[in-house]
Design a protein around this ligand. Structure first.
Ligand code: BTN
Length: 267
């Protein structure tokens, strides 16, 4: 991938490191961070041999088809607010696709972006020492997926019949992220995007089940978990700290944090 100098006009990017191939751009960014690399370093690769997702999942990263990037930043916010960054990144991707390409996506809390009900993007935010790494993976020009993924994952190409310039998309996403991140670090909460996030939230005002990480970690394909036997809750949207507000069958409200769980809509 080749970036023009316009990427350095986005304040959130001070340094760009590009690989043809690496195991995971999150791993590289963490390594650079530990070795004292500058804040606001962007790591991009044309393919990943061990792309990682949340809760021990893998992220399929074939050569030249998707976007695999990680941004290393040192946010001046409390630890409890770090999960908010994942939600900001999700809104940034969603805004970039809509504002520049009229592609209308949904967000599955906290970190997946769906197009026509299938996943096109995943976000993995990791904290390491005094910095965090925001990893974003997008299925852009993929023509097909292996059979175990094909009913859950899709790409921009499959859904729109068009190929997209990955460098241009990266710029569009980072511009949106930059704006959102500035407001967030000033406000220290997500109040300013709650309505927008909830509008895009595929779980909003729906019955959901909450799947603990122990369950997803045990099986080879977490998408196959049978959720019928798990209790139902009602999703009330996100709170200002990025947690998900749920209502149980007795009407009691509680909040869940993204760390060790995932949620799924009941059919
Ligand atoms: C998920 O599906 O749970 C999140 C997927 C995140 C994938 C991106 S691709 C760039 C970065 N490097 C990784 O190994 N993972 C993230």
């Amino acid at each position: 991938m080749i970036f023009t100098s316009s990427i350095y006009k986005i304040p959130i990017v001070k340094n760009v490191i590009v690989f043809d191939e690496t195991d995971s751009t999150n791993n590289r960014a963490k390594e650079f961070g530990k070795n004292g690399c500058v804040d606001r370093t962007l790591v991009v690769s044309d393919c990943q041999t061990s792309g990682r997702g949340r809760i021990g999942r893998s992220f399929s990263s074939p050569m030249g088809e998707g976007i695999y990037m990680s941004l290393l930043i040192k946010p001046d916010v409390e630890n409890r607010l770090i999960p908010c960054i994942t939600l900001l990144a999700a809104v940034a991707v969603s805004r970039a696709l809509y504002n520049n390409h009229q592609i209308d996506t949904k967000i599955k809390w906290p970190n997946d972006i769906l197009l026509n009900n299938k996943k096109i993007c995943g976000i993995l935010t990791e904290k390491c020492e005094d910095f965090i790494v925001i990893g974003i993976g997008i299925n852009v020009n993929n023509k097909k997926f292996e059979s175990r993924l094909s009913d859950k994952a899709t790409s921009l190409y499959i859904e729109t019949g068009q190929e997209y310039d990955r460098e241009a998309l990266i710029l569009e996403i980072l511009k949106e992220f930059n704006t959102l991140y500035d407001t967030f670090t000033e406000n220290k909460n997500l109040k300013f995007i709650i309505d927008e996030y909830n509008e895009k939230l595929i779980n909003y005002d729906r019955d959901i089940c909450i799947i603990p990480a122990e369950l997803t970690a045990k099986i080879e394909n977490p998408y196959n978990i049978q959720s019928d036997n798990l209790p139902s809750y009602h999703c009330m949207g996100i709170a200002t700290d990025g947690s998900l507000i749920c209502r149980d069958s007795e009407g009691k409200l509680f909040q869940i944090n993204s760390g060790e769980i995932s949620v799924r809509n009941k059919e």
